[in-house]
Design a protein around this ligand. Structure first.
Ligand SMILES: [Zn+2]
Length: 324
């Protein structure tokens, strides 16, 4: 069995930039494909990486900001036609896991507030709501395409699951939630902190070849550090908050940004505390590859970390080494 990480896209934030795809990663475990986040261009990146839509087994969403979910419709719908077995029957549905609805719609304040509340009857939909809305919005395609092309049953395309999150008790790190598991791969998740985008999740994949952890978007967080403990690879977002401040509109925005993301100067200590073997950077902010070079990202992120620091790049692959 081979376990391999593929970075499909490494740009943070919704605004498209030239030269980097939106945030998305794949973990291939013995030919089965698991995707974490579906940012801009992820279906094309999936194809460019040589991955097969008939092998896509599950998608895991870290949170429901558009830079992580915007191309989920394409990830499901573009590959629909090949999701058939040898006998023509539909393959098992793609499973989509992600955060549930939050307990309440977050409030704003005097500086950052909503003007219009969109869809007030369900203003903070969760993962199953999102997938239901995708199916509803694309009902035309799903109902009409099978009349002109041989398509598998649309009812077997996807199943969505809201990950139930326990309330955090005291200061101890949250016990990881079992999300998915069988003989070859086990997926667990914890809640992380990403401004008002709650719940936001980090995921850990354990396989016979080793463990890979995806931070999602978060400030420095003890749940994540506990989840990542001893993993082979920690795929972690980076932001250069100083750069964003120098190019941003002002201190109120700086403060918000610091409540959303881990700065590049902090991520080495996160990796060190987690005792991971390799730190791989993704979700760059600024996302523009011209703004900061990969070697500069890696140099600054690696401060205080005794393991390997690698600046992730779209299309980068990393095989996990099975234990000797
Ligand atoms: Zn993001």
């Amino acid at each position: 069995m081979v376990t391999e990480l593929v970075l499909l896209g490494t740009a943070g934030a919704p605004l498209p930039v030239a030269g980097r795809g939106g945030i998305s990663s794949a973990l291939i475990v013995g030919g089965r494909v698991f995707v974490v986040d579906c940012g801009r261009g992820s279906p094309s990146a999936f194809a460019n990486a040589g991955l097969d839509f008939s092998r896509l087994e599950a998608v895991f969403l870290t949170h429901l900001h558009a830079d992580h979910t915007g191309d989920l419709p394409g990830m499901l719908l573009y590959g629909w036609g090949v999701r058939t077995g040898d006998d023509g029957s539909p393959l098992p549905p793609v499973r989509v896991y992600g955060p549930p609805r939050p307990g309440a719609l977050p409030e704003g304040d005097a500086v950052f507030r909503r003007q219009t509340t969109i869809h007030p009857e369900l203003p903070a939909p969760g993962t199953t709501d999102l997938v239901q809305s995708i199916l509803a919005g694309y009902a035309y395609h799903l109902n009409v395409m099978p009349l002109d092309s041989r398509m598998p049953d649309a009812g077997a395309l996807v199943r969505a699951f809201d990950i139930p999150l326990p309330a955090q008790a005291g200061d101890a790190p949250q016990a990881p939630v079992a999300v998915f598991g069988d003989d070859t791969v086990r997926v667990t998740a914890v809640e992380v902190r990403h401004g008002r985008a709650a719940p936001a999740l980090a995921y850990r994949f354990d396989t016979a070849d080793g463990a890979v952890v995806f931070s999602g978007d978060t400030i420095v967080n003890d749940n994540l550090i506990a989840l990542a403990r001893g993993a082979d690879i920690l795929v972690h977002q980076v932001a250069d908050l100083g750069y964003l401040s120098r190019h941003g509109p002002g201190p109120a925005e700086d403060e918000r940004m610091a409540a959303l993301l881990t700065d590049v100067t902090e991520v080495g200590a996160v990796a060190e505390r987690s005792r991971v073997r390799e730190l791989i950077l993704n979700h760059y902010l600024p996302a523009d590859p011209e703004a900061i070079t990969e070697s500069e990202w890696a140099r600054r992120a690696g401060q205080g970390f005794s393991g390997i620091t690698t600046a992730g790049r779209d299309g980068m692959r990393r095989k996990l080494r099975p234990p000797e």
